[in-house]
Design a protein around this ligand. Structure first.
Ligand code: FES
Length: 256
């Protein structure tokens, strides 16, 4: 069935998301996480061919009723803010928000397959590379067998930015049981740190008071250099952003 962009609802959220949990972007300042939830390092794990296949959990951090998280990349106390943003401009960091409030589906590309479809919003790419398990998701969704569908859905679900969504007709195939979590992405294969990953439909409020479209998977820039703030655009990879936190997953780390 052909997807009709204007009829798609991507404001999925999740029933597990407690009321009052959201991220506020402050003007030229940090993110404020309102409400308590898990804040945890999430290390990208690659297989022997360098293909991203899973995440391993690392160190967990405390959240309070209001938790101030660094978004300029300069804090010496990451993931928390230490007021370094006050010197952001002189350090070449412009924290101005530039992302559009238009629904994602005004700009996505749709790839139609015989069983499922794929929507691709390239501007959201956080360069986590789960979209290519040896066969790229754009090709996998064009196959006629159910194993390919499962592989496509798995790749999309690990895409932290929500760039990729697999659809069954007009319904997104999303995991509704994802625990709302603030992930600190650590890109082990690329030896750099990545964005803040919001899993489970955590709303994001702009410094102008408006909310962005709620999506199950979103990535917020924490290196200070994205051109699509507050969202990540993958620049952390080329600038080799380092958050200075633990560089190894926890022992007996949960893998997902
Ligand atoms: S963290 Fe990805 S561009 Fe800043």
């Amino acid at each position: 069935m052909e997807l009709e962009k204007d009829k798609l609802d991507v404001q999925l959220g999740t029933e597990l998301n407690p009321k009052g949990l959201f991220i506020e972007v402050t003007e030229n300042g940090p993110y404020v996480l309102h409400g308590t939830t898990k804040i945890i390092q999430q290390f990208i794990v690659a297989n022997s061919q360098g293909i991203s296949v899973a995440y391993k959990e690392g160190k967990q951090f405390q959240s309070d009723k209001e938790t101030y998280l660094c978004r300029c990349g300069l804090s010496k106390n990451k993931p928390y803010c230490d007021n370094s943003h006050l010197k952001a401009k002189e350090n070449g960091v412009d924290l101005t928000e530039t992302a559009s409030f238009k629904p994602e589906f005004t700009t996505v590309e749709i790839i139609e397959g015989p069983i499922v479809s794929l929507s691709d919003d390239e501007k959201l790419c956080a360069f986590a590379r789960f979209c290519d398990n040896g066969k790229r998701i754009w090709n996998e969704v064009k196959e006629t067998d159910h194993q390919s569908v499962e592989l496509s859905v798995g790749m999309a679900h690990r895409c932290p930015s929500g760039r990729l969504i697999v659809w069954d007709g007009g319904t997104p195939i999303e995991d509704k049981d994802v625990e709302p979590t603030v992930g600190l992405i650590e890109d082990m294969p690329n030896q750099c740190s990545g964005p803040i990953a919001l899993w489970g439909g955590i709303p994001v409020k702009s410094s102008n008071g408006n909310y962005f479209e709620v999506r199950n998977r979103q990535t917020l820039c924490r290196c200070g250099q994205s051109s699509n703030k507050p969202f990540c655009d993958g620049t952390h990879s080329s600038m080799e952003f380092q958050d200075g936190l633990d560089t190894e997953p926890a022992e007996n780390a949960r893998i997902f």
